[in-house]
Design a binder for this molecule. Structure first.
Ligand code: THU
Length: 130
């Protein structure tokens, strides 16, 4: 797993973040199984609630390109400790089974399995009692 280039791609796209309300820019880079990298930045909205996080923008870019299988995602921001994805993004990453997640700031990297960040994401939802 070459985290260096994925993290670099996330820093690059972070420069495009549209975050006039929070002034908090985030970048995400997704590595697909075919080796392609799809990136996203956060895109905020005056209504706040319509804000799109960087992770979900990256997923959308990949899916729109016909790509649905991924190996990893890197998420970066200029925070004191590495950024922590919101619950909605964890669920969307789980939808596409992104197995490894790297969270980074300028000087620290934390790697997780998605199952650590969102345990039991796909179990039970459609289960019915006997
Ligand atoms: N944000 C992301 O893009 N990804 C995260 O993992 C956490 C938060 C964005 C949403 C909003 O534009 C800003 O960061 C502040 O929450």
């Amino acid at each position: 797993m070459n985290w260096d280039s994925l993290i670099e791609a996330a820093w690059q796209v972070r420069g495009a973040a549209y975050a006039p309300y929070s002034n908090f820019a985030v970048g995400a880079a997704l590595l697909a199984v075919d080796g392609r990298v799809f990136t996203g930045c956060n895109v905020e909205n005056l209504s706040y609630g319509l804000t799109q996080c960087a992770e979900r923008v990256a997923i959308g870019a990949a899916v729109a390109a016909g790509v649905r299988e991924f190996l990893a995602v890197a998420v970066v921001a200029d925070t004191g400790v590495p950024i922590s994805p919101c619950g909605a993004c964890r669920q969307v990453l789980a939808e596409f089974g992104v197995p490894r997640v790297m969270l980074a700031n300028r000087d620290q990297r934390l790697e997780f399995g998605l199952d650590e960040l969102l345990p039991r994401a796909s179990s039970g939802i459609l289960d019915r009692p006997e």
